[in-house]
Design a protein around this ligand. Structure first.
Ligand SMILES: Cc1cc2nc3c(=O)[nH]c(=O)nc-3n(C[C@H](O)[C@H](O)[C@H](O)COP(=O)(O)OP(=O)(O)OC[C@H]3O[C@@H](n4cnc5c(N)ncnc54)[C@H](O)[C@@H]3O)c2cc1C
Length: 761
């Protein structure tokens, strides 16, 4: 029992004050916070993460069966896809691809085998999406939706036995195509404000009068909506005649709505950034469904928001992070190769420092995103549903893919811009805003979820304090608050000591596992974790509920938490992959860039903190000497650039399991560049010899005996391969002006090389 004196004279006044100061949870916030669980994010919040625990966590692994699926059906599907024709000529996946997706169970990766699905792990699911994404965003998005937030996941988590038995086998066999309708024209990010409604009433279903719901809705942006046979629908349920209880307003409810029912209109199609996966609006007018169609049955009415958040908690960590990791790895693969074969000023552009700056960043981003993807999948496969971690993954992975792909575009110059079958980047580039916007647009995710939910969810005491403050039984609340508060005080004092000690000694004595060359990185992260925990406590204490509205401050805290998470993932990857010496520059780039961002965000928080005395305290405790880390050095950047511009085991580790087409024809820009890259590397020693002899012309070099006739042939073949690889498409004017020509299959591109063949040096 807490001491009566402390409880009465100290805790009680604070309890009263805190009831006004601490952020109050709205119902939807409470449900979001209750969804999922916490994982490594909670360790980071303690201010003293246990690194050995992280390193001991088993890495994600594929079973033999999952590997066979990737090597078999996924590879076969990739070979069937022609992204150019899908987007610009057919405006849809061709029928044989739809058929393949359904019959080979791409839509049933998360459905257990007992229901006829593939029953894959999160990691296998992620690997499938990653590989598909490097071939066709349209195919990847099509495969993503039934496996993420939607009827399948919701039925698995919340469906009644009868619903699971009926729907899951049908979904697994591809007999039903699902979609999920949450977003409406009025309600986007603030989805809970939807006006779509359902009214409990009696109606006729299959010729019988039953209890059910009369629905009216208008949704938009719904992926697979135009072809779906079953719509998972979110709406607000009312029961004015009290047919199922005493409440008028029951709240957000989820139901399965077969799309053939009378009153449903499936609108026309949206074209999301010219990616032609099926997407569109739909609406319903007085559509009647029986009560059995509510996911989870009548017991789950009004619990829709919680169900959605719970489904999002896992799904958000798989689909979009996998697409993003794929985008970064693909950019590393193609840009490294292209920068090596493309010459300007008689030098491969990979040799220019300003280009290396971009190449280095692409390489490190690819390393980091895949590290975080693997670590997050491992957590999901271990049974966690870490809602904050998956929100971090969604927003950070998609944002960082944008940086990598933008860099890739810049390094490719015109080659990345001119559209046509030879262009392998434009499609990815156009897809970025989609990934950034869906499943929680990034601005709102960064500002409100990464930290806002993180602080409440992962903090060792805050949620307990908030729950105690809201306890209807005041005495019980006060007891619980007393316990949590004094635990919190002890935690804050310990963190203040840690943060101060580690900041004033530059993290020299901060805890770190024995991790070889990576040990100093752990020390710095331990230092920043302690600073983060202290800064969070001081901010919550001084700003209370106002912190929720200070989005710029909380977004910066979100960035720091994200950096701590992503940097942990990079360290874990390096360890799990056997501490590869050759990958050290990539690790160093990731960590140095994290330290720089963390220090910058702390500096910005301190500089902008509304209560100046608190800002001074923060400065004293966590950043007494200001910012020091400037990000990765030029030396490290240069080494990272080298990794992707030269074949090596390190390069292979970075670009592993991407799809590599092999046909060297005008519809396959990837294969042409990869082929030219291999040939350019192969002839490099010959070119080096010519360079040393100061002869540029191949025939001259043969005449002078610098190279042999065979070597000359090789050089010419390499030059031809490069010419084919740097070529771009062009079209006859009438192909582009004739409206609708594309859809009739009339547009055919012709690749031309507008650049002279590479001269050997
Ligand atoms: C291609 C595509 C596919 C989609 N598929 C589906 C689907 O299958 N099912 C479905 O239900 N929905 C789907 N969506 C909808 C998607 O989830 C929404 O687009 C998304 O939630 C954002 O809503 P909005 O576009 O209306 O943007 P808005 O809500 O209007 O937001 C505009 C901007 O304001 C920012 N913002 C809003 N509120 C805040 C705040 N409080 N603080 C800071 N910033 C804020 C947002 O981050 C965003 O940057 C899809 C969307 C697209 C584009």
């Amino acid at each position: 029992m807490p001491s009566t004196f402390r409880r009465h004279w100290i805790t009680k006044p604070i309890f009263r004050m805190a009831q006004h100061a601490l952020p109050r949870l709205s119902d939807t916030e409470r449900e979001a916070i209750e969804a999922g669980d916490v994982w490594w994010d909670a360790d980071l919040f303690t201010g003293d993460p246990d690194w050995n625990k992280l390193l001991a966590f088993a890495p994600a692994k594929l079973s033999d069966e999952e590997q066979q699926f990737l090597d078999g059906p996924v590879e076969e599907l990739c070979r069937m896809l022609n992204d150019w024709k899908i987007n610009w000529e057919w405006h849809d996946l061709p029928p044989e691809v739809w058929d393949f997706l359904k019959t080979r169970k791409f839509f049933a990766m998360i459905i257990p085998k007992s229901y006829g699905g593939l029953g894959f792990s999160a990691y296998a699911h992620s690997e499938v999406i990653r590989k598909l994404s490097t071939r066709s965003i349209c195919a990847a998005c099509t495969a993503m939706v039934p496996n993420s937030l939607g009827p399948g996941e919701l039925l698995l988590q919340f469906g009644t036995k009868a619903q699971q038995d009926y729907w899951l086998p049908r979904l697994a066999r591809g007999e039903e195509i699902p979609c999920f309708g949450l977003t409406s024209p009025e309600a986007g990010s603030d989805a809970a404000s939807m006006i779509d409604s359902g009214v409990v009433c009696r109606g006729t279903h299959d010729g019988q009068e039953v209890l059910g719901i009369r629905l009216n809705w208008h949704k938009r942006y719904i992926t697979l909506g135009p072809i779906a046979t079953v719509l998972g629908l979110a709406f607000k349920l009312q029961d004015p005649d009290h047919l199922i209880g005493q409440r008028d307003d029951i709240g957000i409810t989820l139901a399965l709505v077969p799309t053939h029912l009378p009153g449903i209109s499936i609108g026309r199609r949206h074209l999301p950034a010219m990616h032609v996966f099926q997407n569109g609006p739909n609406w319903g007018h007085d559509v009647f469904i029986p009560m059995d169609n509510v996911i989870g049955g009548v017991d789950q009415v009004g619990k829709g928001w919680k169900m959605l958040m719970s489904a999002l908690a896992a799904g958000r960590g798989i689909s979009l992070p996998s697409l993003s990791a794929a985008g970064a790895a693909f950019s590393a693969n193609m840009t490294g190769a292209y920068a090596r074969i493309r010459e300007q000023f008689h030098v491969a552009i990979a040799k220019f420092e300003a280009v290396q700056e971009r190449l280095g960043r692409i390489a490190a981003t690819a390393y980091l995103l895949d590290a975080a993807r693997r670590m997050t999948c491992a957590a999901l496969d271990d049974g966690h549903h870490p809602a904050v971690v998956t929100a971090i993954m969604k927003s950070q992975a998609t944002d960082r893919m944008r940086i990598a792909v933008n860099d890739a575009m810049d390094v490719h110059g015109g080659k990345g811009i001119i559209e046509g079958p030879l262009n392998y980047l434009g499609s990815l580039y156009r897809g970025i805003p989609i990934a950034i916007t869906v499943e929680g647009a990034n601005i709102v995710t960064r500002a409100l979820i990464q930290f806002g939910q993180g602080a409440i969810r992962c903090h060792p005491y805050l949620l307990k304090e908030m729950m105690a403050l809201e306890d209807a039984d005041r005495e019980r609340g006060l007891d619980a608050f007393d316990q949590a508060l004094w635990g919190h005080v002890g935690h804050s004092i310990a963190n203040a000591g840690r943060a101060f000690g580690r900041a004033w000694t530059g993290g020299l004595f901060a805890p770190a596992p024995d991790a070889g060359a990576a040990t100093p990185f752990y020390k710095q992260l331990s230092r920043h974790a302690a600073a983060f925990a202290l800064a969070v406590d001081l901010s919550l204490l001084s700003l209370g509920g106002a912190l929720k509205r200070k989005e710029m401050v909380s977004a910066r805290f979100g960035d720091i938490l994200s950096e701590l998470y992503l940097a942990s993932a990079a360290l874990k990857r390096w360890n799990d992959e056997g501490r590869q010496e050759d990958d050290l520059p990539l690790l160093e780039y990731c960590l140095e860039s994290s330290f720089s961002t963390i220090e910058t965000r702390f500096d910005e928080i301190i500089g902008n903190f509304p209560l100046r005395p608190v800002a001074w305290l923060l400065r004293f405790f966590i950043q007494p000497f200001g910012r020091h880390r400037r990000g990765p050095s030029d030396r490290v950047t240069d080494k990272c650039a080298d990794i992707i511009t030269n074949p090596s085991a390190a390069r292979d580790r970075l670009t592993v399991d991407l799809f590599h087409p092999t046909e060297l024809d005008g519809s396959n820009g990837i294969a042409l560049v990869e082929h030219a890259f291999a040939m350019t590397v192969d002839v490099q020693p010959i070119r080096d010899r010519m360079h040393a002899a100061r002869v540029r012309d191949i025939d001259q070099a043969v005449k002078r005996g610098t190279i042999t006739a065979d070597e000359a042939t090789k050089l010419k073949a390499a030059a031809e391969a490069v010419a084919a690889a740097i070529a771009v498409d062009d079209f006859a004017p009438e192909e582009l002006t004739a409206r609708g020509a594309a859809s009739k299959g009339a547009v055919s591109s012709q690749a031309t090389s507008q650049t002279r063949p590479v001269a050997a040096e």
